[in-house]
Design a protein around this ligand. Structure first.
Ligand code: HSE
Length: 313
């Protein structure tokens, strides 16, 4: 049956199949951590933007980075988030990262690369880890960048939806909520943003935070933008970090006036996250952009929504 002509085709198909060629490609979404009241605990996957990572078996790990902000990302495996992931999975590879998410944005840029690499390498090397088991592995990559391993960005990047990451494990909830994230051309490093976090809170702030976090969680279960927006209120971490983002208070006020149900800093910033009802999404995006523009700050707005986790092609 497989005469010379057919054998040629079979060889061609094998050569074209990324799986046969020892390659995998994964797309991992941007994420927004904290959501105000859930510092280092809450996170959501955003339907866009995203990083795409391609891995190919190799004797040792090498990294190539292209795309948004790639000039600021080290290609040394000791210093790049995906190098630690390849090490943890004992999965050496040539790793190509195409950045759709600018680094130091507050949109889980390093977490997306780590998540995509973890899912792709797990499959390439047949390591058999579940998505949940890959979360702490991808978080090791986060530690390379932020000096601290926390799961609030990698959990939604891998699992999608709304995630609650605690030392006891990750809880994932699918939710349908419209979102605007506006990313100003300001750089805020996660290390710096962590330095300004207050070390102490009052009992009143603790009570308020528990109430808001519970309200937000209920809102996610009900796909209710009003509850989610209200539950993002935070009087502990967000006010301290707002000082690092020129124009934050004005942008927040403008978004709320345009119909946003809640506004907070996305992750460590400088991106600003607004929860909206779908019909108000465009007006909220324009109000945030205009306000940054009034202060002479270039920005881009993503009209997005809570989305899926890492997709393996
Ligand atoms: N929860 C983290 C922070 C997210 O806000 O510092 C950034 O990696």
């Amino acid at each position: 049956m497989f005469g010379g002509h057919h054998r040629g085709w079979v060889r061609y198909l094998f050569a074209c199949s990324p799986e046969m060629a020892g390659m995998r490609t994964a797309r991992a979404p941007a994420t927004s951590a904290n959501l105000g009241s859930g510092f280092d605990v809450f996170g959501i996957a955003l339907s866009r933007p995203a990083d795409v990572v391609r891995v190919e078996r190799a004797d040792r790990t090498t990294i190539e980075v292209t795309g948004a902000g790639s000039q600021f990302i080290p290609e040394d495996p000791e210093k790049n988030t995906v190098g630690a992931v390849a090490d943890a999975l004992d999965a050496p590879a040539h790793i190509q990262i195409d950045k759709g998410i600018r680094p130091a944005s507050g949109l889980g840029s390093s977490a997306a690369s780590a998540a995509a690499a973890a899912v792709a390498l797990n499959d390439l090397y047949d390591r058999g880890k579940s998505r949940t088991e890959l979360v702490p592995i991808a978080a090791k990559g986060e530690a390379v960048v932020s000096g601290d391993a926390h799961d609030d960005n990698v959990a939604p990047a891998i699992l999608g939806g709304f995630t609650i990451a605690t030392p006891g494990g990750v809880t994932q909830v699918d939710a349908e909520i419209s979102i605007v994230v506006t990313l100003p051309e300001i750089v805020v490093s996660t290390r710096d943003a962590r330095k300004v976090v207050p070390r102490e809170t009052t009992v009143d702030q603790l009570v308020e935070t528990v109430g808001n976090a519970a309200t937000l969680t209920a809102g996610m279960y009900r796909d209710d933008p009003t509850l989610v927006g209200r539950g993002m209120e935070d009087s502990v971490v967000t006010p301290a970090r707002a000082e690092l983002i020129d124009g934050y208070h004005d942008v927040r006020d403008a978004a709320l006036t345009a119909g946003a149900t809640g506004v907070t800093i996305s992750g460590a910033g400088p991106a600003v996250l607004a929860i909206t009802r779908r019909p108000d999404q465009r007006a909220v995006a324009n109000a945030m952009l205009d306000t940054f523009d009034d202060r002479g700050i270039d920005a881009r707005a993503y009209q997005t929504e809570i989305g899926d986790g890492t997709h393996l092609y």
